[in-house]
Write a protein of this length. Structure first.
Length: 99
């Protein structure tokens, strides 16, 4: 069984990779995370944010799914600590492997 830190590290690696490549989300939940992450990154990482947002929008359109609101992403527990998550994503996009 993975610890909470290992789960978070895996999520961050997945989102950093998706932000760099623009790959499509594999689930509705992942699309919500792509969209939420794009919002957090748009000021300092606009290209990566744009890729995530476009991939999420395509997913929602393709599967006719309504995205969760940003507060709902947090209240549903997809992201627990927004500030920490944003900081970790920015470090991950900068190539820093430990945060």
């Amino acid at each position: 069984m993975l610890s909470a830190r290992e789960i978070e590290a895996n999520l961050l690696r997945t989102l950093v990779q998706a932000a760099r490549t623009g790959r499509c989300p594999e689930s509705d939940q992942e699309a919500d995370l792509f969209r939420f992450t794009a919002q957090l990154l748009k000021t300092w990482h606009p290209n990566e944010a744009s890729r995530l947002d476009a991939a999420a929008a395509n997913h929602f359109a393709q599967f006719n799914v309504k995205p969760r609101s940003f507060p709902q992403v947090v209240s549903d527990g997809l992201i627990v600590d927004v500030a920490r998550f944003r900081h970790a994503m920015e470090k991950g996009l900068a190539g820093i492997l430990k945060w």
